[in-house]
Design a protein around this ligand. Structure first.
Ligand code: NFA
Length: 101
């Protein structure tokens, strides 16, 4: 019986794509005290005071600032914890996440 030749002759090269990193973004608001934002950045994102001040001021002046990039689950957890820290004090402080290009 005639058999159909199904043997693959072109080699399939392994291609492992790395999962995209996600940015944590600090969003400005008119109510959260500056020192509180700095404290959250230090505690949740392990920044020193001058790094935290820079990020806070950038968000204050431009509306948003990228805080750091992480694997998606880490970014989402940190953004949620940092947002909750503000909410627990009655502040509208907001951290969001978005995938890197
Ligand atoms: N805009 C806030 C203030 O003037 C400070 C702030 C900065 C809040 C960055 C949120 C994010 N008190």
């Amino acid at each position: 019986m005639e058999r159909i030749d199904t043997k693959r002759r072109t080699k399939v090269l392994p291609r492992t794509e790395r999962p995209r990193l996600h940015k944590v973004i600090l969003v400005n608001d008119d109510f959260t005290p500056r020192e509180f934002v700095v404290g959250v950045l230090e505690a949740e994102f392990r920044m020193n005071e001058s790094e935290a001040l820079k990020v806070m001021i950038t968000a204050h002046q431009r509306g948003v600032c990228v805080v750091a990039v992480f694997a998606r689950d880490v970014a989402e957890t940190k953004a949620a914890r940092a947002t909750d820290a503000g909410r627990s004090k009655g502040y509208p402080l907001l951290f969001t996440t978005e995938p890197e290009e």
